[in-house]
Ligand binder design. Sequence first.
Ligand code: FE2
Length: 137
Amino acid sequence: MGGTVPVWALNLTEIVPVHYGKSGGPPAQFLSTASTSVMMYTMSARSGRRPPIHHNADYDEIIVYAAGPGAWGAISEPGTMTWVPKAVTHHGPNEDVPEGYQAWLLETRSTMRFTSTALQRAAPMETGLYGYQAKTP
Ligand SMILES: [Fe+2]
């Protein structure tokens, strides 16, 4: 066996987010299965309109906020993951953040579920700016 080992690394700062001027539009994936059942995107700051209220009927959306200095909606702590299960209507924060932020987006046709341990640590979020809802005892 020889050649290049097929293990890769890519930093978000190497990916230029696709933008559409003032009109806004969907991001473009940079990593995907052939069937597009799993796709990855940058969800980092970009110019354009705030995404419309939408639901993604076919994909669970997982976004991991990686770095500031800017906040993505109510999310400003690096390492925070948000998860919108498929078919849940949501708005999502403005991505046109002048000070910038870095975030990953994973879309998967698989139906994700937290483990019971992770569910105990997770908290519900509202679907506009992804601010934490008050935890109920
Ligand atoms: Fe979304």
